[in-house]
Design a protein around this ligand. Structure first.
Ligand code: HEC
Ligand code: HEC
Length: 324
């Protein structure tokens, strides 16, 4: 444990009994497929622990085999973001923790009453009840504590900060490009302890946006209609692809936010293919190639990297991942 703390990585927060019970409840909920409309989907179907809490799909697939519109983010980063989801539509983990249960493109339960009933009638949750049925805040609290307890293991890059020889020559060359000529650190910051690899802001990528560029007025109408009927934004975003492509704009309605998405942290990036908000880029090599191209377009000056340099940059990104 002291090694972890030395790196600035927080150990699981299970100091008190209350926390330990809450984490255990959260873990039980996270893997429970019975809490979905067809009994086949739990949080862990889309946030698979062995895939760094992503699912290996382009876009996630919810109850009854119906796909959503977005790529599942790595939940071991969730506590490090200041806004949640690719469009930053929420900011509190305990709010987000409950949403998947009732989102029709995720677990599809009719409402929170159905969720609580399904939980409180199961024997396995009896040990968590405190002389009364479990309620919404127990569920949200348990899942939040569980997510907070996920250890953020140091990556080889984290460890190399005190010991540069842990990186190969190519990886070190890649690091120099990442922070230098390729200017990736403008958004994937190397600041923080452990390094955040995100600026917590929203940027255009060109990914997917060409598909809706002509339709923005009609989409704005659709967005307003949905707001008027009280449909949660997350339900609209995960069920309508064109709305999903509006990105941050669907939250702020500010024209500069059209097609902008949150900068993803690159921690564990080698383990979270496919890439981008819509999962449209299959491999890390292709994601790097795309980022070099689009980000230099955004700056209005081309970044030319040789084939070797591009491979070095990708090698460095692999060192930002834990081995398991
Ligand atoms: C059908 C697949 C699916 C299921 C089931 C699912 N999620 Fe997700 N989750 C996603 C996708 C896709 C996103 C990104 C959505 C977006 O950005 O609009 C996401 C986003 C999140 C986020 C925000 C992470 C971030 O980086 O901003 C949290 C937290 C989260 N899910 C927790 C959960 C919990 C807890 C459960 C179970 C109660 C759950 N998810 C069930 C697919 C799923
Ligand atoms: C202007 C800010 C910015 C700069 C500069 C930038 N990125 Fe990104 N990066 C983003 C955003 C935003 C996304 C998500 C885009 C999307 O999904 O639409 C992203 C996505 C990625 C992804 C996919 C990650 C995932 O989990 O899906 C990789 C890999 C990546 N960037 C690497 C790089 C590299 C390498 C560089 C330097 C050549 C770079 N980025 C420069 C903002 C930036």
């Amino acid at each position: 444990m002291s090694g972890l703390t030395g790196c600035g990585l927080s150990p699981p927060s299970s100091d008190t009994n209350g926390d330990a019970t809450s984490i255990a409840l959260g873990r039980e909920l996270f893997f429970d497929q019975s809490l979905s409309a067809d009994g086949t989907i739990s949080c862990a179907n889309c946030h698979v622990p062995s895939k760094s809490f992503t699912d290996g799909q382009g876009v996630s697939i919810g109850v009854r085999g119906v796909p959503g519109t977005r790529n599942a983010p790595d939940l071991s980063d969730a506590t490090a973001y200041s806004t949640l989801f690719w469009d930053g539509r929420e900011s509190e983990l305990k709010v987000v923790a409950l949403q998947a249960f009732t989102n029709p493109r995720e677990m599809g339960l009719p409402d929170e009453a159905a969720l609580l009933k399904q939980i409180n009638t199961q024997e396995r949750y009896a040990r968590f009840a405190k002389g009364r049925p479990l309620d919404q805040s127990d569920i949200a609290g348990g899942l939040t504590q569980y997510l907070r307890s996920l250890p953020r293991q140091p990556t080889r890059y984290d460890r190399s900060i005190g010991e540069p020889s842990l990186l190969s020559m190519d990886e070190r060359a890649g690091l120099a490009l990442f922070a230098g000529k390729a200017a990736c650190t403008e958004c994937h910051l190397l600041a923080g302890d452990p390094v955040a690899l995100t600026d917590q802001r929203f940027h255009h990528a060109g990914v997917g946006f060409e598909q809706i560029a002509g339709d923005v007025t009609a989409l704005l109408g659709r967005l307003e209609q949905s707001t008027r009927t009280g449909q949660p934004l997350g339900e609209l975003v995960l069920s309508e692809r064109e709305i999903a492509e509006l990105g941050r704009f669907a939250v702020t309605r500010r024209p500069p936010d059209l097609g902008a998405f949150r900068t993803p942290s690159l921690r564990n990036v080698a383990r979270t293919a496919p890439y981008m908000h819509d999962g449209s880029v299959a491999t890390l090599d292709k994601a790097v190639e795309r980022e070099i191209y689009y980000r230099s377009l955004g700056r209005g000056r081309a970044v030319n990297l040789t084939v070797t340099e591009q491979a070095q940059l990708t090698a460095f990104l692999r060192a930002l991942s834990t081995e398991n």
